[in-house]
Design a protein around this ligand. Sequence first.
Ligand code: GAP
Length: 467
Amino acid sequence: MADQNLMEKIVSLAKRRGFVYPGSEIYGGLAGTFDYGPHGVELLNNLKRAWWDANVYQKDNFYGLDAGMFKNPRTWEASGHTSGFSDPLAECKKCNTRIRVDKELDAIGVTADEKMSEEEINKLFDEHRAEIACPKCGAHDFSRVRKFNLLVKSNLGDFTSDGSEPVYLPGEACQGIYLDYKNVVDSMHPKIPFGVAQIGKAFRNEISPRNFLFRTREFEQADTQLFVKPNENKEPYETLKKERMDWYLSIGIRPDNLRLKQHANLVFYAKDAWDIEYNYPWGFDELEGIHDRSDYDLTQHMQFSGADLNYTDPETGEKYIPWILETSMGMGRLFLAVLADAYREDGLGGEARTYLSLSPKIAPVKAMVSPLLKNKPELVEKAREVRAALRAALPGVAIAWDDNGNIGKRYRRQDEIGTPFCVTIDFDTLGEKQELKDTVTLRHRDSGEQERLSIREVAERISRAIS
Ligand code: GAP
């Protein structure tokens, strides 16, 4: 069931609380672009760290990489993107709105194969034109379908004066891994099976960017490419699917909101493809692709570049082109899934409240420190001392300060940011009740419960919750 209302609430909270801003907003925006604000960048970095930990540090034989974005133009010919990376587009003749024909057909239960020629997709579209209305003006009057290439061009280096040989921005981040595969083999001497992990930017001229961070024109992909011996793909492919599902649970996503689905239609490079889907406010949709790419990529790059991309087994001397198993997760889609999953409303203390029930591991701020009253210098001074003590005890952990408005308002604000703990300094901390001297109030986000603890105990609680 689509929940447009929930989507609007998430978008509004994201902006109000400094998670995500529309791109170039003061100039009226730029479709399909967004910026991560102060809390957004913290959440994003925490998600990236959790992913990197699981896919580089916790795995045997996995190596990190950070490839540059500009690549020799041959890359995108070899990969198949200059010829095969397109979406079918039609334009409403009344209001000029562009639609993605495959998505519109899909919505009425008709499947358009990725590999269809322009002729074939036009024939299919003609059979169903009457059933498809323009999403903006409702008309049924569309142009012919044209296959629209999604690669984004740059003019880097001006290879030709007429721009006929542009240097493209990456259409998929993983090509950086394929181009460096030989360098990784020669410098790290990995034994097959081995993997390379990268979080990299991708750019696509999406016809209809939509659903906030779900379909944007600039985005990041967290990819792993596992290089295996030919025909030794089946078991590791199953393991990857399971590992990736488990990872989402480890960051607190609810299991009912996740599912694995096999692709009926395969993109040009894939032999088998599964999606991990998340139950977004509009229903289940793709969050991550898990692809069996066989020897497609390295064979293509070997042919186009002339470089020998064979792997030589160090023990047997056997030579072969490894097959590739890929996992590719969009960071923006993950970010949206995390917000949607954590979004809650309740009536804590008899008042309507909104909060993000984020796992403390990924929450942008781990704790907020606050003096009960901001106009009492002795409380402010003590609270600053407590913050400094927590910062020293928890290096690398975001501990915020908030003394704006009354304490109830501060708690509500932190609830919306998803801060798991609030630490309040009051007169008892100063020793008004001698037995409570140097203790503080620790308030828990989800339950609103409060307890009285020493500063050392608070640091331990936070440390345990985020580790
Ligand atoms: N290297 C494989 C690849 O690029 P893909 O299925 O096209 O495969 C992988 O993309 C993931 O990247 C998707 O599952 C999705 O999470 C993300 N993604 C793709 N297009 C996107 C877009 N326009 N906006 C945001 N994320 C996108």
